[in-house]
Design a protein around this ligand. Sequence first.
Ligand SMILES: C[S@@+](CC[C@H](N)C(=O)[O-])C[C@H]1O[C@@H](n2cnc3c(N)ncnc32)[C@H](O)[C@@H]1O
Length: 256
Amino acid sequence: MNTAGLEQLAREAANFVDLQWTLVIRALQTVAPLAQGRLLDVGCGEKPYLNIFLPHVTQYVGVEHEASFKETQSSTRGLGPDVLYDGKRLPFADGEFDTVLSVQTLEHTPEPQALIREMARVLHPRGRLLLTAPFSFRLHEEPHDYFRYSPHGLRALCAEAGLVVERCNPLGHFWSLLGHKLNSYLALRVGRAGGLAQRLNKLGHEGKQRARPRYWALPFVAVGMTTVSVAAKVLDRVAPDESESLGYLIVARHRG
Ligand SMILES: C[S@@+](CC[C@H](N)C(=O)[O-])C[C@H]1O[C@@H](n2cnc3c(N)ncnc32)[C@H](O)[C@@H]1O
């Protein structure tokens, strides 16, 4: 197998043990058929979800907060935004997009209500907002890491912006949350594998990970993380506890 093949294999293994990634991807795949027309991805980063939505939309536009994007970007291997702005007013007309997508971005603005209001403004009256936000996640992209969200908080933010939440799905339950925290500790603290993950195009917006990997520990870390991931996925099914989740996906539309 050549280097590119090995890298692809390593990326797939890393994605498998990354419970948050698995859950976000699965949640987005479930709602992707609701997307249509022109789609705006707010806080698109490197557009990692482009291929999930492209079959359903006519255009995929990514917008980013210029300062925050440039400050936190640690990978340039993705696609990147089409439009940069100052984080205040989205540079688009009212109702210009049939779908507004925003994935794990709402925690990074100090003014989440203003950002939801902007998303509602650029959303067509019959369009849909598809948004995920974390309920529990370690600090990241510091200092631009401001909030975590419950389903009730997301509903309240939407209501103030004239939107109603049609659907709210948890991103995993208690065991996935616990498993993700354990795996983050194993990967980042025990194995110091943050830099390696960034070479695989993961942790793309967490600032440059500079710690030297503990290569001797990585085989143990890999076995530990795989065991934790499998156990978490099984336990979330057989002993679900919905009082905890990594985050939530909401689907919202304009009221009335
Ligand atoms: C955790 S990253 C998520 C990137 C991408 N959505 C993903 O899932 O890979 C959060 C992104 O939100 C962006 N961001 C922060 N505040 C923003 C704002 N007011 N408007 C748009 N993007 C913003 C940051 O620059 C960063 O790229």
